[in-house]
Every structure is written in C-alpha cells, then in structure tokens.
Write a protein that binds this ligand. Sequence first.
Ligand code: F6P
Length: 545
Amino acid sequence: MPHPTSLPAWLALEAHYRTIRNQSMRDWFAAAQDQSPTRAQRFTLEGGGLTLDFSKNRITDQTLQLLFQLARESGVEKQRDAMFAGAIVNTTEQRPALHTALRARTTDTPYANQIQREHAKMAAFAEQIRTGQWLGHSGKPIRHIVNLGIGGSDLGPKMVCEALKHLGHEQLSMHFVTNVDGTDLQRVLSQIDAETTLVIIVSKTFTTLETLTNARSMRRWLIDNGMPEAKLAQHCVGVSANANEAVQFGIAPENVFAMWEWVGGRYSLWSAAGLAIMLLLGPAHFDELLAGARLMDEHFCTVPLERNLPTILGLLGIWYRNFFNFSTQLITPYAHALRYLPAYLQQLEMESNGKSVDVNGERIGHSTAAVLWGEAGTNGQHAFFQMLHQGTNIVPIDFIVALSPEHPYLDHHLKLLANCFAQSEALMRGRTQEEATRLVGPEKAELAPHLMFAGNRPSNTIVLDALTPHSLGALIALYEHKVFVQATVWNINPFDQWGVELGKTLSKEIEQTLADPVASLAHHDSSTCALIARAQAKLATLNHR
Ligand code: F6P
C-alpha cells in the first residue's frame, strides 16, 4: 500500500482544504435553506437503526466525494471484507480480528461452533444465577456480581451494564473492580457479603497485574468471610483465553468461559467477556445487543461508502485530524446512562489507532488517533463547554441522544433534548460582532467582544430512537468500524497494542525495588530514583505500624 499522504485523493484533499478552510457552515446552511433537499436532508443518513446527522461539519459535496475517493484508494472495502472473512489483519500478532463473528449467528462464519457453544454455556449459567438456582456456600442465592478486570475486560461490560441498568435483574447488583489501587476493591467489599457474591475474573491473558492482584485479595476476603476454600467454585468463575492459568488460580475447569486470541480485549464484550452483561440483562437482551451490532455489521458490509455510517464517521475524523489538524475529539452522550461510553471509546480508539508506525513497521508522517475525551450532557456544559464555544482550540464533537427516555420524567427529557440540539446549533452558528453589539446595546459596547462566538465548530449528532440493547449494540459496532476505517486509511494495525508493554515491564522491576530498600537504583534516572527512595522511606514506616 502506498503511503496515504501520497494517494491522489489525499493530495486533492489538501488542495481542497485550502479552498474551504475559511468558509462558514452558517453561510452554507443559509444558502441551502430554501432548497430541496436542505443541507440537513443531504447530510443525514440512517443505518443499523441509527440516524447520523453530519450536516454541521465543515464539508461540501466535494469534500465528501474526495473523502470517499480516499477510502477507495486506501482499500477500505477490500480490507473490510478481509477482516470479516477471518484474514490475518492483525499482522504483528499473526491473528484475525473476528469480533464480528461473535455476533454473526450463522453457521458459516469462522469459529461458529465454538462461539455458539460458549454462548449456550453463558446463557445456561445466566439462567441459573438469575433464577436463584445457583447457590452460594451457605445455600443462599447470588445477589452481588463482582467483575474483576481491566481495559477491555472491564470498560465494555461496565459501560453496557450501566447503560441498560433499567432492564437489569432487580435482585442482582453489579460491581466492577478495576484498579490495582486497593481503594477500588475495598469500596466494593464494603457493599457486599461473601455468602451471596459471585466473582467473575475476566482476563484474556490471565496474567494482568491489576486483575490478578484483585483476584487474590478477593479470594482471601471470601475465605476470611466464611467461605470454605473447597467451595470456591460456587463463588468464582473465570473468563480467559488462557484456561490453564485460570485453573491454576483455583477456578474449576467447568467454570472457565472461553475468550479467544482472535478477539482483541477492547472488541470482546460480545464474547464471554460480557458475562456480567448477560447475568444482569439475561440472555434475551444480550442477544438483542448482538443483533443490533449485527445489523450495523451488515450495513457496514453492504451499503455503498457514500451512505455508510461508520465510513462517514471515520472519514470525517480523518478530515479534521489530518487536514484541519484538530488534535482532540469529544464524545458527549446526552444520556446519563451512557456516561461510561467516552471511557469505553477512549480505549477503543486510542489503544487501536494511537500508533506511529504503519503495518510494515515504517514510521508514518501523518497524525493518527485524536485524543478522545468526553462527559455526559448536560454536565459538560457547566464545565468545559466554555472552551468549546470560545476557546482557541476547535474540538469536533459527537453528540449522542436517545429520543425516548427510559424514565418517566418527560419534562427532564425535553430539557435534555433541547440542550443537546441548542449546543450543536450554537457551536455551528456562533454569534457575530454585529449580533453581539446589538445584544449589549451602545452603552455596554465594550462587552460585545466577550459575547462573540466564532462559530463554525463542527459536530455530528447520532440519534437513537431509544436506548435499548439493540440500539446500543449498533452504536458500539458503529464506532468499532469507524476505528477500522481510520486505521485502514492510515495504514496502521488497529488490533495490537505494543505501546502498553514498556511501562508494564518497568513497573514490575520497580515493584521489586520498592519492596527491597537495598536494591540498586543506579540504572534509573535521577527523578525516578528520588521518587522510589521517597516512597521506600514512607513504606518502611508503614511496615512498622
Ligand atoms: O494493557 C492493555 C491491555 O492488554 C488491553 O488491551 C486489555 O484490554 C487489558 O490490558 C486487559 O487485558 P487482559 O484481559 O488480558 O487482562
């Protein structure tokens, strides 16, 4: 594959950018106001049950045409088909990336038998927990589920459980322990009792420091709180691609649910890594989540690029990242239930596409993943939206909104929707000097510059009819495929994460040094030496307490 920056479409986009960078969306909207179709009609599409309004972007028909050309020249369609067919798209690890097979529900997709078998095992287990047939060591049914995991083994299940809590089993409370910081574990332990707790240890590798440290402390706590060691099987199950390690830890072999090498951690919530989701929501809702994602998969695979939602979302991101040079991207769900979505998408986008070498290991000369951040609306409006409206950085935004609420407070919902739509309109329109001057009047003319808004700040609005397992599945798959489109254009591998290794290696060594005050620090820099020495001194006093 040639370097993306030397593709004809890339070069044409550079030239096109220079012609439209100072043009205003407000003018474009005004010019097309009485036309049919309107700008909104031209730039709003449906797919996978979702609606994407991308009209408030700094694009014209020509921009889109060039972006689609870029996608074609980059081989997006070919690479997409290869991924779905199970080709080795994760080249550094020599693996396919088959998260889509987990939701395909057909017999002719790769690994279909294994997937169905594991799914059936999850469903049977979920039924036992949810109906109260599965009992803890003292004969009581399970009431607390504790998911121990980090990264992809935490963010997806936690985000979905929170999003769809309103559909959850009323007698099951979900807890997620992630951080190696003992505060995380301690706070959960203070809310649960050992007799009615089921622990799910989720770790694809079953070697992750945080998860294993929490798992050991959790096992100790169960025993200290009355669970006979021989009854661990009633309180602890594992999800891993490394069944041997899970069994070695003490999990009964029949309680180990499989993950596979061909599904990346951040793409794994559709597998047994999503066991917590299935326990809370039940198999039927879990299947709806898969069905929503499947519908988005079909859309991604079959609809031409020009009407293809993940492709458009990915290309708009490239337009802003590589041509406008905007370095961050905000995700703001106007749905409290989706408040963990930004954290989930941070891993999905930044662990996948935060790379500096291409698939051949050559350094790349263009920017890759933007810094993704976010917060639920309307909370963000009272924190950082000031900067979005009047700051010196321009941040492209994805607003996500569900038209029907999952609660009975319709007046709240009306206000929520109004705020969402008002923000994207204000960011696009801005307020001119003339408008600001008219607003403040001649006697306060000096205030006018403070009340001016540059406008022309881009956003997408993704509309769900309601937040359901189906629409959430489609939404997640939309972003998964967006990431894939961007990776393909950037010519990088979105399925590995070598960048997390160095810190892991160093932390192991420093952990040993912290516990051994006479260990040599000579090979560390002076800052790290001083920090270690300071911590050693403090730890010595704690040990003597
Ligand atoms: O450190 C990064 C990472 O490998 C992620 O990719 C992964 O989701 C997370 O750690 C957890 O890994 P595991 O499921 O193997 O414990």
